[in-house]
Design a protein around this ligand. Structure first.
Ligand SMILES: NC(=O)c1ccc[n+]([C@@H]2O[C@H](COP(=O)([O-])OP(=O)(O)OC[C@H]3O[C@@H](n4cnc5c(N)ncnc54)[C@H](OP(=O)(O)O)[C@@H]3O)[C@@H](O)[C@H]2O)c1
Length: 282
């Protein structure tokens, strides 16, 4: 019997929730398959990829710190990923390895899934942060027709790099200038690590943010950050980071196992429970 196999590689990799997500879908769709964790140290990535097929894997997810290394080692499947310079999903086709990045589309899909009727085209958006995740999200927002993406970052140079790479619709902004620039926004997104368990909170005065704006946070531990809670309490619609994690997994599962999986409330609650014991959606 032919078991379809995939895995996630990282160093460390024990924290990855991808096995739970893909394991859930394998069970749900009755697919004879497995999805494992593989701890691959820096320096061993090329050897691991070379032996991927021999190990019986159809592909893998890639987590820190290997996303850039893998980008240099596989064929790049699309122009958007070529611009990003990182790969989080590897799949094999006709004996060759191909790589793509699904973080940006995962973020956007999570907003579209949670805010009925929301479309990115023509929107004014602000990203707080300009790190790796912001890069993937900014690239997708511009490609999908956002009118303007302001990027406020503590280190302004990183926001300027995004403008150089993704064009004039990216507007770099000094971190302290963010509160005054909230007035015209349709979507405000925290992409920094602030607010994550163990990190300082994200503190920003939301006074000028329109009540109709959507507020998203890609941090998912905790499931609802203090930043999201304060946005919810002032009446904004909110989108938590777990949705991005779930939606970014969809394409890999489809590429490896041949079925496009659904991100359901039941899956959300199953993974949420692994993050916060006793979690129940309302
Ligand atoms: N939901 C998901 O699926 C998903 C996916 C990817 C990442 N994430 C989460 O997103 C967060 C960022 O990940 P990443 O990979 O983009 O990290 P990263 O590349 O290290 O970027 C971190 C960002 O946070 C900013 N930052 C850190 N400490 C700060 C502080 N004290 N004050 C102001 N800004 C600060 C950094 O600003 P500087 O440039 O000035 O250092 C940078 O913009 C993490 O919490 C990660 O878990 C979630």
């Amino acid at each position: 019997m032919n078991i379809k196999r995939a895995c996630v590689i990282g160093w460390p990799v024990s924290h990855s929730r991808s096995p739970l997500i893909h394991g859930y879908w394998l069970g749900k769709y009755g697919i004879l398959g497995s999805y494992d964790r593989q701890a691959v140290p820096p320096g061993a990535v090329r050897a691991f990829l070379d032996s991927l097929g021999e190990e019986g894997y159809l592909g893998c997810n890639v987590t820190l710190p290997h996303k850039e290394t893998v980008f240099d080692l596989v064929n790049i499947a699309d122009e958007a990923t070529r611009r990003l310079g990182v790969v989080n999903t590897v799949f094999s086709r006709n004996g060759e390895l191909w790589g793509t990045s699904t973080d940006g589309e995962g973020f956007l899909a999570s907003v579209e899934a949670e805010i009925a009727g929301w479309e990115v085209s023509g929107r004014n958006i602000m990203l707080l942060g300009a790190g790796g995740a912001a890069r993937a999200i900014a690239g997708t927002l511009v490609a999908r027709g956002a009118a303007q993406v302001q990027v406020a970052n503590r280190t302004l140079e990183r926001a300027e790099i995004l403008r150089n790479d993704f064009g004039k619709r990216i507007m770099p902004l000094a971190w302290d200038a963010a509160p005054a620039a909230l007035a015209e926004l349709d979507l405000l997104v925290n992409t920094t690590s602030l607010g994550m368990t163990g990190q300082p909170p994200l503190q920003i005065d939301l006074g000028r943010l329109p009540g109709a704006a959507v507020v998203a946070d890609i941090v998912y531990v905790p499931l609802e950050t203090a930043f999201l809670r304060s946005a919810r309490e002032r009446g904004n619609r909110i989108v938590g980071g777990l949705g991005m994690l779930l939606h970014q997994a969809v394409r890999g599962f489809e590429l490896w196992f041949g079925t496009r999986p659904e991100v359901t409330r039941d899956l959300h609650d199953f993974i949420a429970e692994s993050i916060e014991k006793g979690y129940r959606s309302t």
